[in-house]
Each structure stands twice: as C-alpha cells, then as structure tokens.
Design a protein. Structure first.
Length: 399
C-alpha cells in the first residue's frame, strides 16, 4: 500500500478551481486544471511515494513484480494495470469524439507506426493499442452529449434550421446524414448554421436559454469561437443530433466503443481502459479526422442508461460490462471502520475528509490523496472525519 502522486493535465477546456482545491495546490496564474490522471499510461504515469524524498513510477513498481502487484489473473490477461482513473473538471465543451474497439485500436496503432507518425505528433489518432471504454460518475451537476437521439427524425422535421437535411436522412439513414454534414464543404456548413447562429447568439448572451436546450450549448460554442457567423464549427450539428444528458452528483453513465459523445460541463470521476485513443469530429483545436471517426462510429439510436450504482453497506458499486475495470464509491462516518481485501490492483482517491489506512503500514490519507494497493492485500480504513472516496479495481471474476 503506497501513496500516489498523479499527473495533472492542463488542457485548455479545464477549470481553474476544482482540481487545485482537491489537491490543495495554489493556482495564482489561473491555469486550466483539466484532468488528474492516476495510472500507468505513458501520457502521464503516476508516481509512488516511497517516503518524503523518494519516488518511483507506478509502472516500474508494478513491473518489478507483476504477480505481486497485479495478481495472477490480471497479470495473465493484461500484463499491466488495465485501467486509468481520472478526475475531470470540464469548463468548456470537449471535442465530439468516438473511441475505437480493441481490434481497431491495434490496427490503427500499428498503421500509424508504420507510417512514421510520432506518438506526440499533432496528427496522431492512436496513442496505444488498447480500446477505451469508459465509465464516469458525476461529482457535480454534469452535462454531456451521448449517442444519437431517438428523436432525430422529429428534430429534422420540425427544425427551421435542419429541415433541408430530412431528404438526406430519409434516403441514407443516420450514418448517411452524419457523413453528409461532417464532409460538407465549409460554405455549406455556414449556409446551414449561420441563420441559427444569428438567432441564438443574442438569446444566449441575454441568458434566456435553458441548458436542457441544444440552443444553449450551440450558443456557448458560437460565443466562445468568434467570429460567430462564418467558418462555423460543424460539431454544432452533433449538439442537435445527439442526446443531451444531465447527471446529478453520484449518477454515472457507461460509454462503449463507437458511441459518439462529448462532455459539456461539470466535474466527474472517470475510469477507462488504459488508453488515450480518441477520434475527434469537431468542437476542438486538436486533430480532427472525420473519415477515421466515421469508420468507427455506431450509427444507431442510443437510449441513455443512467447508472445509480448498487448500494452495499458503506459502498456503492458501479459494475461495467468490461473485464478491464470496476469502480466503487465509499462513504464512512467519523469513527467508522471498514475492513477490506483486494483481489486485483486498486487505486483509491479521497474526495473529502480524512482516514487512516492500515495493512503492514499505516498511512494518513486526507482529501486529494491517492493510494495504490496491490492484489490480495488485506487492509483497514479508520475514518478520522466523515470521508468519501472512489476506488478503481478489476472485476477478477470476469477474467
């Protein structure tokens, strides 16, 4: 059992307060703190705190004795820590994106390597050979886009902006419609979206739009990307074509390979396979590869399944339909004691309060601290104050 120092990612869309407050880090320059990574991905490996002065990469610690730290089943199936745990603070909307399947990620990674595209190149799609299914649990009121809306036919038919697209949808279906708007020349994008922009931008600036309306989020994109009436971002189509989902704190949602989505606002705990493969289609200054995204998108209606979790005593479980990861949410009142045993490698992060974690050692864990526990470890948590934490693990019974 060891304390961890994660990797902060200062992406431009991040907020300036939530993660610094969680980690007790001053931010006088108001830099964006978008993500806090806890895992072994090469894009930001966590460090294990051996003592006040000595650290080792979590990946190096695990590889020094994989069976000890991963357990036999996880080592045999994955050969590494199979997940990446993150804290996110979304101030501005993220890119419209899709994640590839495992088989397609392997093909794409090898193909870009053979083409000589550097791993850190701007035009690199595949950063690794892994798939990236993911689950998120809201830490605040959270808004996201998630899959194609079952109401898409009515949206097209009743919209003064998009009714001209109805014949495309009727003849070519969801995939044909989305390919059409994603490959439309910029002049055509502007012709469709400029009248919409001229109407909703004043409404957005006047504060008269509700977040449940796609007009609100399109207005935010337009205002944040001036000039607002030309060279318009085709990602705006997705805001109208996808489901707008609002999650309350403690609710979650799972996103499988091929489901198009985008986070729009709020803070969340995110757990995914150990991957950073993202195919983007708009609303971002990052590399956009529309043909590659279209190749991996599932073109079917999505009925969002909001996860409430399964309560078991002080623990709530959010099971996921993949063998790579599972996430738990714990709450203890001051003075309570929790006894546990890991089956595979676990990473926990304290979101509020403080406690003492004990196995062979005793570690004081306060808000913002993260802990790594190897496989088959028995431990005890004593709550010093009311405390709350999330733990990422591996559902070994699925292997």
């Amino acid at each position: 059992m060891h304390l961890l120092n994660g990797k902060i990612q200062h992406y431009a869309w991040g907020g300036t307060e939530f993660i610094p407050s969680l980690l007790s880090i001053p931010n006088p320059e108001q830099k964006p703190f978008a993500e806090y990574w806890l895992g072994t991905h090469s894009g930001g490996t966590a460090r294990v705190r051996l003592n006040d002065n000595d650290f080792v990469l979590l990946s190096d610690l695990i590889q020094s004795d994989p069976v000890k730290y991963l357990g036999e089943e996880v080592d045999r199936n994955f050969k590494e820590l199979p997940y990446l745990l993150k804290v996110l603070d979304v101030k501005d909307m993220l890119s419209i994106q899709v994640h590839p399947s495992k088989a397609e990620a392997e093909k794409g990674f090898d193909r870009e390597n053979e083409a000589g595209i550097a791993l850190n190149a701007h035009n690199r799609n595949y950063k690794d050979r892994n798939h990236k299914p993911e689950v998120m649990i809201a830490l605040s009121d959270f808004w996201l886009l998630h899959g194609f809306s079952p109401l898409l036919p009515q949206i097209l038919e009743n919209s003064e902006w998009f009714s001209a697209l109805s014949p495309v949808f009727e003849s070519r279906g969801i995939g044909g419609l989305y390919q059409y708007v994603m490959e439309l020349p910029q002049e055509g994008v502007d012709q469709l979206l400029a009248p919409l922009a001229e109407k909703i931008v004043p409404l957005y600036e006047a504060g008269s739009l509700q977040k449940s309306s796609p007009d609100f989020w399109a207005g935010r994109v337009l205002v944040n990307s001036k000039p607002v009436f030309k060279n318009l971002d085709r990602g705006i189509f997705s805001i109208y074509f996808f489901n707008i989902v609002q999650l309350s704190k403690g609710e979650g949602i799972f996103q499988a390979a091929g489901v198009p989505h985008a986070y729009m606002e709020g803070q969340n705990m995110e757990l995914m396979s150990n991957s950073d493969n993202v195919l983007r289609a708009g609303l971002t200054p990052k590399y956009i590869d529309v043909p590659e995204l279209l190749k991996h998108t599932v073109f079917e209606y999505t009925h969002p399944k909001v996860m409430q979790g399964v309560q078991r005593g002080n623990m709530k479980i959010f099971p996921c339909p993949v063998p790579d990861f599972i996430i738990y949410h714990y709450n203890l009142r001051a003075g309570q004691i929790l006894e546990g045993r890991t089956t595979g490698p676990e990473i926990a992060i304290m979101m509020n309060g403080a406690g003492e974690w004990e196995n062979e050692a005793r570690i004081a864990v306060k808000k913002g601290d993260a802990v790594f526990l190897g496989a088959n470890e028995t431990y005890i948590v004593k709550a010093i104050s009311d405390c709350e934490w999330y733990t990422a693990g591996v559902p070994v019974d699925m292997l």
